[in-house]
Design a protein. Structure first.
Length: 509
């Protein structure tokens, strides 16, 4: 690839869209992001305005195009959050909000599917039966919003919505499709039984294409707003989870990627589909011959944001006065507590939980709280609880034969030395942080380069990801965490029925 040429990686996330412009080596030349709200009009809802997200995509790309000629852009390649669902009419106009992965209103429908043979569907689709995914969402919409369901010409995700606005076509890549619960990850086609459960036919879904699919002919109005040439190749790309693996170079055996953004996930690459006997892991397509297996957690950085917003007024004021990030001040508070928060555990299930529990009714709790504990202990317990939860997912992965030799970390948390050390100690593995803070954007860019034949293989991601930090476990700390991990894992089992009862009570409020 000509060193004067550029590629743009775009990540359509849950809380913002990010665009990053890279040179041929993967070095960052420009970055821009645009935030948007998550709407919660009723209990369990987690929606967004799809047109607002289209605007964020346009503005993000425009933000990285300042000072660069359009002819220097070789391609724009996309990452997007999984599991979104939008009902659209025949013209492609949204007739429903964008229902995100965090929406739990389909919980009863997920339970029905699971209890009536859902395991076979999971085995073929690789998507756990959970209200996060479009399969139960469609069943829920069909029963609770029959007018919208009947009026819909198609049911699509947010990236499909963006591409339709850009090119007037409904196309979906194998990776996003493999997170719908409607797609056979071995045959790479829509799954007939899943479609029957959802109550739709293939004609209600987008055209399936590989993750390396290239499309051009950009809408001229959007081209003008972004600063791109109408003929700029757009690579459809993949979902944010599998591209986060690619973006940190975790595509070889033994390399496990851990991402903590709004939510979180732990994943590794495999050369054939892998599912779990109890339906606790996902398996999604990255590219031909590469699948990504792992588990997503609902409760990642959003928990730290909750902590900052609801209990961190002092830290926010300190950060404002010093001109630093409030999250950095919070982690400094946590550093004043001992390893394991002196026996205080936090279960971070404020948004229900996907892996390892797959229980939308799960709720957060502190356990072990005593008069001895101070605010610093509670902050540290929150940081540790998020990592304990991810570690529990890794243990499930290892039951399938996956072996983790080192952890490749990405997401905002990776900037914190304390959080990296907590992860290394709980996982008892080396934690490596790549140079890119936007793993999914870099992953999208690498996939884009591969799609247009600018690089010979996806292995180029390993070098592009680079290495900025390496944190090794402290054996004494690991021993303390090992003693607490078993207690942490037992509490949700003991509270299973209580979770259901308190969630039912909250829904009546």
């Amino acid at each position: 690839m000509d060193p004067t040429r550029c590629v743009i990686g775009v990540d359509i996330g849950t809380s913002s869209t990010k665009a990053v412009r890279y040179d041929s080596t993967g070095a960052v030349l420009a970055r821009h992001s645009v935030e948007y709200p998550l709407l919660t009009p009723v209990p369990g809802a987690a929606e967004q305005d799809p047109d607002q997200i289209v605007g964020a995509v346009i503005d993000s790309i425009a933000g990285v195009m300042h000072g660069v000629e359009a002819k220097r852009i070789d391609c724009v390649s996309f990452s997007a959050a999984m599991h979104s669902l939008i009902a659209v009419d025949a013209s492609g106009r949204a007739i429903s909000p964008c229902i995100t992965w965090a929406d739990t209103r389909a919980v009863a429908f997920a339970d029905r599917i699971r209890e009536s043979g859902g395991d076979a569907v999971y085995r073929r689709t690789g998507t756990p039966i959970h209200p996060m995914s479009p399969l139960p969402k469609l069943a829920w919409m069909r029963e609770t919003s029959p007018d919208v369901f009947a009026a819909a010409a198609r049911f699509i995700g947010i990236k499909e919505y963006v591409f339709h606005r850009c090119f007037g076509r409904h196309v979906v890549d194998h990776s996003i499709a493999s997170a719908t619960g409607l797609f056979d990850i071995t045959k790479l086609q829509w799954d007939p039984e899943a479609l029957t459960i959802a109550g739709i036919s293939e004609t209600k879904l987008s055209e399936l294409v590989p993750t390396t699919y290239v499309i051009d002919g950009l809408n001229r109005d959007i081209a003008e707003k972004t600063g791109l040439a109408p003929g700029t190749p757009f690579v459809i790309g993949a979902n944010d989870g599998v591209l986060a693996n690619l973006g940190v170079g975790a595509i070889t055996p033994g390399s496990v990627a851990v991402t903590i953004g709004t939510s979180g996930a732990i994943r590794t690459a495999v050369t054939a589909p892998v599912t779990d006997s109890r339906g606790r892991l996902f398996c999604y397509v990255l590219a031909p011959g590469i699948w990504i297996v792992g588990g997503p957690v609902n409760n990642g950085g959003m928990i730290l944001r909750w902590l900052r917003d609801e209990f961190g007024s002092e830290e926010r004021e300190t950060a404002k006065r010093l001109g630093v990030d409030a999250y950095d001040v919070l982690t400094q508070v946590a550093a004043h507590a001992g390893v394991g928060a002196d026996g205080l555990l936090f279960h971070p299930y404020l948004a229900g939980e996907r892996a390892p529990l797959w229980n939308a009714d799960a709720r957060g709790s502190f356990f072990g709280l005593s008069m001895y504990h101070r605010r610093a202990h509670m902050v540290r317990a929150v940081l540790e609880g998020i990592i304990f939860n991810l570690h529990a997912v890794m243990e499930i992965m290892e039951e399938t034969g996956v072996r983790a030799q080192r952890i490749l970390a990405s997401g905002g948390f990776a900037r914190s030395a304390l959080w990296r050390q907590i992860m290394a100690d709980i996982f008892d593995r080396e934690v490596v942080v790549g140079k890119s803070a936007e793993g999914s954007c870099l992953g999208a860019a690498v996939l884009g380069m591969y799609a247009i034949d600018a690089i010979p293989s996806l292995d180029a991601a390993i070098e592009m990801a680079g290495l900025t930090e390496s944190t090794r476990p402290n054996p004494a700390n690991t021993e303390k965490y090992r003693a607490l991990a078993g207690i942490f894992a037992r509490i949700p089992v003991l509270l299973h029925d209580a979770y259901r009862e308190i969630a039912a009570y909250q829904r009546r409020m």
